[in-house]
Design a protein around this ligand. Structure first.
Ligand code: PEP
Length: 251
């Protein structure tokens, strides 16, 4: 791994966490990050929108970062139920996940929508984590690399730099299933992503690429050691502070 690519371990809580449990979890992670005093990796918590403000306050001074799970492309206006990148920033977020496969599937988000959301993140001063990944059918049809390429080209806005972009490779079939690609498969996908990024930004070699999909405290070390893997996007295992911190330690 190039020394400029500081590993990022990001926890996506999805639609989980009421105030009491969410704050206890955030405090557990923040305390662990504070104790570890990591300067060689970053740890990010992405709670539901209702908890971003409280989690950011709980994490303040610990070194743990806070992000949103999605944002609207517009800064404000008549978009009932939506949250803008500016609102997340105002609540204390520094990052935002865009294009998660659950949003691509549940909400019909296209690459163009994801790209607009990444641009919104830039406008608000947030670092977008752009998610891409193939479905099982696409994988079985041998289309993994071409799907990644077209999602990447469609979802990453022009003007990307290493400081303004993180990409998460999340095979849809690996999310929440306990199944993962082999380490060589992860490395091959990441190498391809980096190659395609080379056509999109002059700083492709320094862009951080996260692997996501059933990362847990037992498989993290192996997955994080795969070539071109600069961290992890963690769903289920980010809901237990000890497990999430074990993954962060493995980075
Ligand atoms: C995710 O939702 O981004 C994810 C990777 O989930 P899990 O770790 O539970 O597979």
């Amino acid at each position: 791994m190039a020394s400029t690519r500081r590993p990022l371990i990001a926890g996506n809580w999805k639609m989980n966490g009421l105030r009491a449990d969410g704050l206890a979890l955030a405090k557990g992670v923040a305390d662990g990050v504070k104790q570890a005093k990591w300067s060689d990796r970053e740890v990010l918590i992405c709670p539901p929108a209702t908890l971003v403000l409280a989690v950011a306050e709980a994490a303040r001074g610990s070194g743990a970062l806070v992000g949103g799970q999605d944002c609207h492309a517009k800064p404000s206006g008549a978009h009932t139920g939506e949250v803008s990148a500016e609102m997340l920033r105002d609540a204390g977020a520094s990052h935002v996940i865009v294009g998660h496969s659950e949003r691509r599937t549940d909400c019909g988000e296209t690459d163009a929508i994801v790209r607009a959301k990444a641009e919104a993140a830039w406008r608000a001063g947030l670092l977008p984590i752009v998610c891409i990944g193939e479905t099982l059918a696409e994988r079985e049809a041998g289309k993994t690399l071409s799907v990644l390429e077209s999602q990447l080209k469609g979802s990453v806005p022009a003007g990307a730099t290493a400081a303004k972009l993180v990409v998460a490779y999340e095979p849809v079939w690996a999310i929440g299933t306990g199944k993962t690609p082999t380490t060589p498969e992860v490395a091959a996908a990441h190498a391809h992503i980096r190659k395609v990024l080379g056509g999109l930004t002059a700083e492709a070699a320094a862009v951080r690429l996260l692997y996501g999909g059933s990362v847990n405290s037992r498989n993290a070390a192996e997955l994080l050691a795969a070539g071109d893997v600069d961290g992890a996007l963690v769903g289920g295992a980010s809901l237990k502070a000890d497990d999430f911190l074990t993954i962060a330690k493995a980075a």
